[in-house]
Each structure stands twice: as C-alpha cells, then as structure tokens.
Design a binder for this molecule. Structure first.
Ligand SMILES: NC(=O)C1=CN([C@@H]2O[C@H](COP(=O)(O)OP(=O)(O)OC[C@H]3O[C@@H](n4cnc5c(N)ncnc54)[C@H](OP(=O)(O)O)[C@@H]3O)[C@@H](O)[C@H]2O)C=CC1
Ligand SMILES: CC(=O)N[C@@H](CCC(=O)OP(=O)(O)O)C(=O)O
Length: 316
C-alpha cells in the first residue's frame, strides 16, 4: 500500500477547520500531520473533536513554521486577508505542496484553479494552488448555471445564512443576542461574492445577503428573468440534465428547506416556480455553509489534486 499523504490545516480551531478535521480523519489516504491554532496551542485535538482519536495537538504556527512541516497538502482555513504569508512561505520551501485556500483571497487570481467541482473540474490542469469557493458563491452558481444561456437580465439572489457563516471572530453577524428573533441584512450591493459569481458566470448577478439566528445552512432564493417563455418542465429538465451524475447536487420538486440540509454534504435545488406567462422563474438552493460551502468542497478539490476519487471520505 502507498504511504498516506500528509496534510496540515491552518486555522483548525474555526468552524470550517473543525469540519475539515472530521473529513481528514475519515480519509484512508490522508494523515493529519499538523493542525494550527494560536488559541488552542498545546491542547489535544481529540478533546475538541469527537471523531478524532490520537495524541495530535494543536500548535501555534507562523507561516515559516507551517512551511517547515513539509506536508504534501495544506488547507488554509483562515479569515479573509490572512493567506498570503503562508502561501509565500510554502512557495519558498516546498512549492509542489497542494494548497487549498478557503478564503476569498485568491478567487480572482488567474494563477489559481477555482474549484467548484461540479462546474469547473473539467478545467483542472494539475494546479497545486486551489481557491475554494464559499457557501453563497457555490449556491448561487449551482442555482444559476443551468439557465445561463436563457436569461434576459441579471439574476437577483436573496441569501440567508446561518450565523456560523460569519466565523468565530465576534461581530454583529455572529452575536446570538442581536440575532434573536431577527434577520440581519448586510453588504446589500457589491458583496465580494456578487463580484465573484458575476466573474465566474460571465454575467452580472445581484446578491442581497442576510444572516439569521440558526447556526448552519444557507438558503438562496434566486429570481431569474428568461429571454423567452419556458415551461416548468423545460426549466427543471435543464437542472436534471446538468446534475444527473453529481452525487452532491440533488434536484428536487419542492423548495428545499435549510433545516433539512444542515449537517449534509451536498446541495439541494428546487422550487422552479414559474410566474404567470412563464417569463420568470424562482429557483431555491440550500446547502450547509460549513460542508458543501466550505470543508466538503475543499475535500473534493484535495481529492482531485492528490489523485483520489473525488468523493473519498465524503458521505453521499
Ligand atoms: N464559516 C463559513 O460558513 C465559511 C467560511 N469560509 C471561509 O473560510 C475561512 C475560515 O472560516 P471559519 O472557519 O468560519 O473562520 P473562523 O473564524 O471560525 O476560524 C478562523 C481560524 O483562523 C485562525 N486565525 C484567525 N486569525 C488568524 C491569524 N491572523 N493568523 C493565524 N490564524 C488565525 C483562528 O484560530 P486561532 O485564533 O486559534 O489561531 C481560527 O482557527 C474564511 O476565510 C471564510 O471566509 C468559506 C465558506 C463558508
Ligand atoms: C454570514 C456571513 O458573514 N457570511 C460570510 C460568508 C461566508 C463565506 O461564504 O465565506 P467566503 O467569504 O469564503 O466565501 C460573508 O458574507 O462574507
């Protein structure tokens, strides 16, 4: 048997880091070589993660210390804007390391592969630098892509995220007291994900995000104006055809509910509700922001880059 590939997770205390530890622990071809956290430095991973057994401990590692570990792959699960020093140190020490970055830092960088597997894997050309789209950008692209050729104007996307989407750094958007009985609108135009999806789909997209009191899972309700009237059957057939061979994208008849997707690794897309006259359709997508919107997608991308089956360690 070939030796397992070694992997490190930088920012492993966070919401997505904890999910990544679970996925790596379940992977037969990966060995967790290090996990970094400044706050949990010295503490056993097994004491913080119910699926991890063993003596591995969190370590506080700066960029050079991460690079010096010499892992085969490194996942960066840091807040936006923090990845660059880690990438630079790995570039210098061991450039063939596979880096998967969960932040938005390299989503517009042509030198990085943009890894939304269901839509972009055919373009993968062996890149070792992979930018992992986040939850909203993933849900929007999956909900719009099958209709791109049939649109009369920009899709409008109303997004609602659980507050784990705002990470662990305290802010209004993860303050459970402020969120109680509330729905909090923010970044209502020009959100970075609006620009990201517009660039990826080569089409202007309008995005209005909100954060809600539930912990995990997002809902994207997308209004799409059609260039010519279409029947509901024709619209749904485009989605069925596009995702027929995709185990992590389920096309359903009803509008999906976020309460049913929390903790699951795939996305659901449904509703396909036609306006009178059939010139407009509303599509709803849900996914777990920490899984298909982050850690599960990262594992798909890692599997692709490391030569494993794309769904290894991912329940589906
Ligand atoms: N949450 C979500 O739903 C999604 C998140 N993402 C993206 O994934 C990334 C991680 O998100 P999430 O897990 O929610 O974030 P968290 O805030 O939950 O965790 C961030 C992690 O980074 C560490 N960290 C924070 N600042 C620094 C720093 N300056 N240097 C080194 N380590 C640092 C923290 O640990 P410590 O302080 O102990 O070192 C922690 O482990 C973000 O870029 C986010 O945009 C993408 C899709 C969905
Ligand atoms: C509720 C909340 O704050 N959500 C985050 C999105 C989390 C996410 O998708 O992260 P990426 O930036 O990596 O795509 C936001 O709107 O920026």
């Amino acid at each position: 048997m070939t030796r397992p590939k070694t992997i490190g997770i930088v920012g492993a205390r966070g919401h997505t880091g904890q999910e990544l530890i679970r996925l790596v622990a379940a992977h037969p071809g990966l060995e967790l070589a290090f996990v970094s956290s400044r706050e949990l430095d010295g503490q056993r991973v097994a004491d913080h993660n119910d699926v991890f057994a063993g003596e591995l401990r969190f370590e506080s590692l700066d960029a050079d210390a991460v690079a010096a570990k010499g892992a085969d792959a490194v996942i960066l699960a840091l807040p936006n804007g923090k990845a660059a020093p880690f990438v630079a140190a790995i570039d210098g020490a061991k450039p063939d390391t596979v880096i998967v970055d969960l932040s938005a830092d390299y989503r517009f960088d042509a030198g990085w592969y943009y890894g939304l597997p269901e839509l972009t894997r055919a373009r993968y050309a062996g890149e070792r630098r992979i930018s992992n789209p986040g939850c909203y950008a993933t849900a929007m692209q999956l909900a719009i892509a099958p209709l791109v050729e049939h649109l009369a104007g920009p899709p409008q996307c109303f997004g609602v995220s659980g507050y784990s989407g705002a990470g662990t750094t305290p802010s209004d958007k993860n303050d459970t007291a402020l969120l109680a009985d509330n729905l909090m609108p923010y970044a209502l135009t020009n959100h970075v994900h609006e620009r990201e999806v517009s660039k990826q789909l080569s089409l202007p997209v309008e995005f209005m995000p909100h954060v809600a009191p539930h912990f995990r899972g997002i809902t994207l309700t997308v209004n799409l104006w059609l260039s010519a009237p279409m029947s509901r059957e024709a619209v749904k057939a485009l989605f069925d055809a596009r995702y027929a061979d995709e185990p992590l994208v389920e096309v359903i008849d009803d509008a999906p509910w976020v309460s049913r997707i929390a903790g699951r690794h795939g996305a659901q897309i449904g509703a396909f509700t036609m306006a009178p006259g059939n010139g407009r359709v509303v599509v709803v997508a849900t996914l777990d922001n920490l899984l298909k919107g982050a850690a599960t997608q990262a594992m798909q991308n890692l599997n692709l880059a490391l030569g494993y089956d794309e769904l290894t360690s991912i329940p589906h």
